[in-house]
Ligand binder design. Sequence first.
Ligand SMILES: [Zn+2]
Length: 484
Amino acid sequence: MLAITLTACGTTNQNFITGENQRGAYSWQQERELGAQADQQIIAQFGLYTEDPELTAYVERVAQNVLETSAYTDPSTPAEVRSTPFVFRILDSPVVNAFALPGGFMYVTRGLLTYLENEAQLAVVLGHEIGHVLGRHSSEQAARAQLNQFGLIGAAVLGGVVGGGNVAQGILEYGSTGLQLLQLKWGRGAEREADMAGVAYAEFAGYDAAEAARFFRALDRLSAQSGGGSIPNFMSTHPDPAEREQTIPQLANSDPRYQGEMINAEEYLRQIEGVVVGEDPRQGYVEDGAFYHPELRFRFDVPRGWQTQNSPMAFVMGEPNGQALIQLTLASQSSAEAAARELASQQGVQVGRGGATTVNGNRAYRLDGAAQQQNGTIGFVATFIEYGGNVYQILGLTAQNALQQYGGTFVDVSESFSRLTDQRYLNRQPSRLEVTRAPGGATISSLLRGRTLPSGLTEEEVAIMNQVELNQPIPTGQRVKLPE
Ligand SMILES: [Zn+2]
C-alpha cells in the first residue's frame, strides 16, 4: 500500500547507503525539517538524560567515529548531507530502545545503555540507526503519521481522545505508538539494510561488530520474559532478535575488509557506571494509591485499580476498562482562571458550570462541559490549581453520557491535590548502576541478595543486562552491573 502511494507521487530520492535511487517522497531538506520538529516532541515526551555530560559526550564520540566511516562522508553523498550535523541524544527513559528520525536525529535510551556490555555493541546499535537515516527509510506516510501522533500529546488534549471505546488505553499506549509507526513501516528490507550498514560502519571504525550478537541474544530474552504490551519498542520494531543473533556474526565475517578488533568493555562500563536504572522516582511515582512528585512537592490520589503512565509532559490515569481517563499537565498560563478560559475557548468546547474555588488552600478554578469530536461528544471536568509558581491542570475525560458516573471521581482526584511534606516520599532517590568485580563462585542471583531492585526491574532482567544466566557462575573478577 505504501509503495503504491509513493509510486503515484512519482518521486524518487537517493539512498545514500547504496547510492541508488529509490521510492521516496522527501528531499533531504524536508527530511531535516520533519526530523527537527519530531525531535522537539521526542525531547518533550521523554526528556533528555542530562545529568551525566561525560556519558553524553562519550556516546557522541563513538557515534561520530562510526559516522565518519559511513556513507555520510562518501564523496558520492551530496554535499548538503555531508555538511548536515547529525544529532545523537540519550533519552531519560528506562525503556530499552534506539531509533532514528529522518534528517539525522538519533536516540538511545539510558535503559538501552544499561543492557550493552561494551563499546563495540554500542557502535553497532548506533551504526544501525545511522543506516536508517542514510538509507532514508522514512516515508511520507510514516513521517506524517508520526507527527500526528505526537501532535496529540500537545496542548489540545481533547483532540486526542475519541468518544467511548477504549479511550484510556489509547492514550496510555500512544507514547510508544508514535515511535512504532515510524519504524514498523520501515519493514524488514530496511532493517536488514540498516543491520548491514551498522556492521560495516562499526567494522570500518575499528570495532568487532560480531560482539553485537550477544546483545541481540539479550534482547531476545528480554522479549521472551516481558509479555504482551510491555515489550520494549526496540524489539517490536526490529527483526527477530534470535535471527539477528545468527546474521550479525555472519555479516561481520562477510567481507575481508572487516578487520575491527576493538571491543572496549572496560571503558564502556566505566562510562555507564552510575547511570540511573529503572524508573526515576524524582520525576514522580505511584505508591500506596497516590502519585508523588518529590521535586515539584505535591501528591494526589490515584483511583483504585486505574492504570497509570508518567512522562515529563503528562501523568495519565486510565480507568481499567478504558472508559475514562484523568490527565495531569502543566498549563502555560499564569493563573488558574486564565488557563480555564483558554480551555473554554477551544473549538467545539461547550462549558457547563465553572467558577473559582480553592483546593487545599491553593487558588483554583474548575469547569465542566462537553467537547465535540469527530466520533462523538466527550464530557470533561477540568480543575486548574495554582501551586508552587505553576498552574496544574487536572483534566478528567469520558464519553458525555458517562460523565454522571465518573464526574465525582474527577473532582475527588483534583480535591486530593496537596503539598507533599512527608520526608519518606520527598527523599526518594533513583537506583543507579554499580559496576563491580564478581567474587569467586558468584552468580547474578547471589550478588542480588540483600539488594532492593528498583520498581519494575526483575532479577532476570539484571541477568539479561549482564548478558548471562541468573544462576550461571561468573568468572572470578569479571565485571558485573548491578542496581545499587
Ligand atoms: Zn532499525
